[in-house]
Design a protein around this ligand. Structure first.
Ligand SMILES: [Zn+2]
Length: 83
């Protein structure tokens, strides 16, 4: 059986799904969205979990989270952030 993590699907940036990127992370459409505006924020360095990210990588992801949120609200101001 094929291992879905080898090669890692998140380490391959699909240009056609790319929305934003910075030096350390990228934002892209999800291939299988579970809701409207379902976006993935992914660090460019492969790690097993969030806690292995450096502070700079966390900041890079956070920058894209805020940028993506603003972009979504420009498209549809009725979208609410879920906590
Ligand atoms: Zn990866």
């Amino acid at each position: 059986m094929r291992d879905p993590n080898n090669p890692c699907i998140f380490c391959i940036i699909r240009k056609e799904e790319l929305i934003f990127e910075n030096k350390l992370a990228y934002a892209s459409l999800d291939s299988y969205p579970v809701s409207k505006f379902h976006i993935l924020i992914v660090p460019k360095r492969h790690v097993e979990n969030y806690f292995q990210l450096s502070p700079e990588e966390i900041n890079a992801c956070n920058e894209l989270i805020f940028k993506t949120k603003e972009n979504i609200l420009k498209k549809d101001s009725t979208v609410k952030a879920l906590i």
